[in-house]
Design a protein around this ligand. Structure first.
Ligand code: C5P
Length: 350
């Protein structure tokens, strides 16, 4: 049996996956938002249902390749490809595989809502409001996973929410900024209330789906993470295809074509989202859903810093203050609880 790899270049996999997720999340939101407001391709905007569907196809392909590789190395040399495929198929479709249909449907709905939200809110507002999922996730973790959080962890969760809210407080001085003109033109098509409703519902679903996936993952140790990902993406294909591509946009897509409005920006958004989904799964496996949300909070800071370089965004005192609070909350949450000083702390065993 190969030992389970929990470090990369000496760093615990939990930290590596969290750091990567923070960077990925910042990049995803910026690219996804731009893909909705960029100049039209051949006078057409792409249909988000096609992007949600392709995201699942891509995730399924990546998870399948890794699961096949995993199964092959467990079965040892000399195994035929038909044996390999049938072993994997048995793992994917047997036992409690159906349980993944629930988070699959929830995530597909959440991914569609996320597109509605980023189409109607600017990237920063979306990202900050989306942090409400920190609270929904904590509440579902406590109720569904029977996890109890120490007072220190609750305090850090509240601090995190405060920090995120402080970043959001508008400052009076930026109102007449002439640099904002190009952004305002694209804002004309946005409907803030629609965006806010979409993001709020997405937060509730995020907490529920994330915690449900974590429960399935950690309840049974026989099925590997990659087989779980194959199951999740497989079951997601059905709602993504039937409810999204066929029922919601079917008429328009059959007229315009599946790939109408596509360019490299759209493909980049889809790829970032697929990779992000798999990173989320790694983080949930090696740490947990609450830790995942801290990674995405840090990504807010990354996207603000990138915005300063690329979009001439000016740093305000609120931003700096909020950032310090978010970073302190993250430190507080992840610092080890009081233990006898002789015990070494183990960051992977949260
Ligand atoms: O915003 P939140 O962190 O809840 O988003 C989770 C994202 O990760 C969703 O887009 C979901 O489709 C994806 N995911 C995934 N595979 C998993 C768990 C989550 O693709 N195993």
């Amino acid at each position: 049996d190969a030992p389970r790899r929990t470090t990369i270049a000496g760093f615990p996999l939990s930290y590596v996956s969290l750091g990567t997720l923070a960077v990925q999340n910042a990049a995803l939101i910026l690219v996804m938002h731009y893909s909705r407001i960029m100049p039209l391709v051949d006078n057409k905007r792409y249909y988000t249902s096609t992007a949600v569907f392709l995201n699942e196809v891509l995730k399924l392909s990546i998870a399948l390749v890794i699961a096949l590789y995993d199964t092959a190395s467990n079965m040892g040399p000399g195994v035929s490809s038909s044996e390999l495929v049938s072993t994997l198929a048995t793992q994917v479709f047997s036992g409690d595989s159906w349980k993944l249909a629930i988070p699959a449907a929830l995530y597909t709905f959440q991914n569609s809502l996320q597109y509605i939200a980023v189409s109607n809110l600017d990237a920063a507002t979306f990202q900050v409001t989306y942090q409400l999922k920190i609270l929904t996730t904590a509440l579902f973790s406590v109720t569904m996973l029977k996890r109890s959080l120490t007072t220190k962890k609750w305090v850090s969760l509240v601090l995190l929410m405060v920090g995120v809210a402080v970043v959001q407080i508008p400052t009076g001085s930026s109102g007449d900024d002439p640099k904002k003109t190009t952004r305002d033109v694209s804002h004309a098509e946005m409907n803030k209330s629609v965006g806010l409703v979409a993001v709020t519902v997405a937060c509730a679903i995020s907490g529920l789906a994330g915690v449900y996936f974590e429960k399935v993952l950690k309840d049974s140790t026989q099925v590997t993470l990659w087989v779980r990902n194959v199951q999740l993406s497989f079951y997601s294909l059905f709602p993504a295809l039937f409810l999204g591509v066929i029922i919601k946009d079917g008429a328009a897509i059959s007229h315009d074509g599946f790939f109408t409005g596509y360019n490299w920006v759209v493909w980049t958004a889809i790829t970032f989202q697929a990779v992000g989904g798999l990173l989320v799964a790694l983080v949930v496996n090696y740490a947990d859903n609450i830790a995942k949300n801290f990674a995405t909070s840090i990504s807010i800071i990354i996207s603000f810093v990138v915005s300063v370089w690329i979009f001439d965004f000016s740093i305000t005192i609120n931003f700096l203050l909020g950032m310090v609070i978010v970073l302190y909350a993250t430190y507080l949450y992840s610092s080890p609880d009081r233990r006898p000083s002789s015990m070494p702390s183990n960051p992977t065993a949260e």
